[in-house]
Design a binder for this molecule. Structure first.
Ligand code: DGP
Length: 114
């Protein structure tokens, strides 16, 4: 999508610190990390939030979810625990309108979230 920040990151029009990439998914470091590990996992295709998941087919969804799990596993996050977050809309705190999952780890998180 023309004016979407994360589409531009996926197309490499905007530079990012890429951790993993396949033909459908990209993982890069969040520019404003709130934890020692703070990655963003996005589909390269424009989906505005998880509410548009119907725009992805089963293998695409599976690939994205398995990427999240393998990233967390490779980073050794499972032992101490970690958090996966996707924000939706204003109340959810979504600031970029392209589906993304935050992988947050290597510190303790509180519940309920702020
Ligand atoms: P959210 O608030 O859930 O929509 O998260 C958007 C995240 O995107 C936020 O944690 C900061 C991050 N972010 C915003 N702009 C950029 C950017 O240009 N590059 C990178 N790597 N991350 C960005």
């Amino acid at each position: 999508m023309k004016d979407c920040l994360f589409c531009k990151i996926a197309n490499k029009e905007i530079e990012s610190d890429i951790v993993f990439e396949s033909d459908k998914v990209m993982v890069f470091k969040d520019v404003s990390p709130v934890a020692p590990v703070h990655l963003l996992v996005i589909p390269k295709k424009h989906i505005s939030s998880i509410m548009e998941i119907d725009k992805m087919d089963g293998p695409e969804i599976e690939g994205m979810m398995k990427t999240i799990v393998s990233m967390a596993s490779d980073l050794g996050l499972e032992k101490d625990g970690f958090r996966i977050v996707t924000n939706i809309g204003d109340n959810g705190g979504q600031s970029v309108g392209h589906l993304h999952f935050h992988i947050l780890g290597k510190r303790k998180f509180v519940w309920p979230p702020g």
